[in-house]
Design a protein around this ligand. Structure first.
Ligand code: ADP
Ligand code: ZN
Ligand code: MG
Length: 471
């Protein structure tokens, strides 16, 4: 049997998190009544003049910086001409010759580097709505003109696993850097998947097939695997793969031919005469670089290295930006990463694991105060849990509340131990009795300690200490 090698290249689109659209001041917002976020510019009325959204350019530069791209000092917008009802002006403003970002790439966990060819900025198209209860197809132009970046990879991936990891890493970076929300179910991130296979050892790539606008990880995986099998069947039976664009039907689990692949010359790209080339000064790029937060790969290195966390804890924290940000805020206040991550895992995450909106309803200050009080044995384990639950429900001050309710003992650990030792040595008979009837004697000990401390001791702490000691 012949052995085949798989080649995959992705073209990933993400909608940028701007307030307004790419070339007009309409709202950039998902949903809304159809055709309410529209104006003569974004529906392409003749004579309307587009003006570039500065924020969209900045976010594209930031995306490039996250992926290690070179930023062009001059970027040009072009018209990509095609006729389809989702685009009423019959061209899309995009970039071909001088995109904002070039090269760069993303490193997979295996160490393999997946190169990017470019990241460019363009406008999204409207949405065709097919409804069974209406005749024909409806069009919603709310999405038309929304700023979209396209991240084009080189054909460097060799399996669906690599493609998914690459996609996940792009997405994480964009989310962490607050560039795009990448809500896949809303179409905020979509990708075109290019797949070819070749016989092992063959030098040139095989003929590629493109599947457009796939909008979930699962679908990307299934589409690739289906396509690889389809191409294998063709080659095995002596046929030739046709270069084409295929439509992936995720419900049926198969693809079908759409059209033979168009070439960039079919689009008759030419510089958009309405939009001047934009200059991108170095100092602006450096200013944007300074605004970038620590990216997932950098956080991972820090968590595993400097903080000595396990791979499991690290992945858990990085799985959602809110977790990782919260963790960082806590560690800044209380420099015991392991304690913090344990609390996040055992308490915080159990409360929000199943929620869609991962909202952490306790402040970093409150959580770290609770951990610190517990670790200094100023409050009991049980009280720490009660306090945590209370802080989650209401925005109270953990320490104040612990003082007010008597959870917090103001005795130092040393002072309390001294008093407990005194109580034990002053009551040899009770110590003797404790061996046979601990449950009966414990309240006596606690009572004695409370008396000496004027009620400042924490009964849980006392119970634990005495039990240990008399063992
Ligand atoms: P086109 O001109 O057909 O759009 P590009 O060179 O722009 O082709 O590449 C589009 C995407 O297809 C890129 O992500 C690229 O990595 C990928 N690609 C190119 N050649 C192949 C191939 N032989 N097999 C799989 N993917 C490929
Ligand atoms: Zn508009
Ligand atoms: Mg292309």
């Amino acid at each position: 049997m012949k052995d085949y090698e798989i080649t995959i290249g992705l073209e990933v689109h993400a909608e940028l998190k701007t307030n307004t659209k790419c070339f007009c001041s309409c709202k950039n917002e998902f949903g809304g009544e159809p055709n309410t976020h529209c104006c003569p510019i974004c529906v392409g009325m003749p004579g309307a003049l587009p003006v570039i959204n500065k924020r969209a350019v900045e976010l594209t530069i930031k995306a490039g910086l996250c992926m290690g791209c070179d930023i062009n000092d001059i970027a040009v917008f072009e018209r990509k001409n095609y006729f389809y009802p989702d685009l009423s002006k019959a061209y899309q403003i995009s970039q071909l010759v001088r995109p904002i970002c070039l090269h760069g790439g993303v490193k997979l966990d295996s160490g393999k580097f997946i190169r990017l060819n470019r990241i460019h900025l363009e406008e999204d198209a409207g949405k065709l709505v097919h409804k069974s209860e209406t005749v024909g197809t409806l069009i919603d132009y709310n999405r038309g003109g929304v700023p979209l970046i396209e991240m084009v990879s080189e054909p460097d991936m060799a399996s669906s696993d690599e493609a998914l990891e690459f996609l996940a890493k792009l997405r994480e970076n964009l989310i962490y850097a607050d560039i795009a929300e990448c809500k896949m179910q809303e179409g905020g991130m979509r990708c075109d998947v290019n797949v070819s296979i070749r016989e092992k050892g063959q030098k040139e790539f095989g003929t590629k097939v493109e599947m457009k606008n796939i909008n979930s990880f699962k679908a990307v995986e299934r589409a690739i695997n289906f396509e690889v099998e389809r191409q294998k069947d063709i080659l095995k039976s002596g046929g030739k793969v046709r270069q084409e664009t295929r439509r992936w039907d995720d419900v049926a689990g198969e693809s079908s031919s759409m059209r033979s692949k168009e070439d960039s010359k079919d689009y008759r790209y030419f510089p958009d005469p309405d939009i001047l080339a934009i200059e991108i000064p170095r100092e602006n790029v450096e200013k944007l670089r300074k605004e970038l937060p620590l990216l997932p790969a950098e956080r991972k290195e820090k968590y595993l290295g400097e903080y000595g966390l396990s791979q499991y804890d690290t992945n858990l924290l990085l799985s959602e930006k809110v977790y990782s940000d919260f963790f960082e805020a806590c560690v800044k206040l209380y420099n015991k990463p392991k304690s913090v991550v344990n609390w996040i895992q055992s308490q915080v995450l159990t409360l929000i694991k199943d929620e869609d909106e991962k909202e952490i309803k306790i402040s970093a200050k409150n959580l770290t105060e609770i951990i610190e009080m517990l670790e200094k044995k100023e409050i009991s384990q049980q009280d720490s849990r009660t306090l945590f639950a209370k802080c989650w429900e209401e925005n109270i001050d953990a320490k104040e509340y612990a003082k007010k309710t008597g959870m917090l003992s103001t005795l130092s650990e040393d002072e309390l131990e001294k008093i407990m030792d005194e109580v034990l040595s002053e009551n040899p008979k009770a110590c003797e009795d404790f061996k046979s009837t601990p449950d009966k004697v414990m309240p006596f000990f606690i009572g004695q300690v409370m008396k000496k401390t004027k009620g400042k001791a924490n009964s849980e702490v006392v119970r634990k200490y005495i039990t240990e000691k008399l063992k």
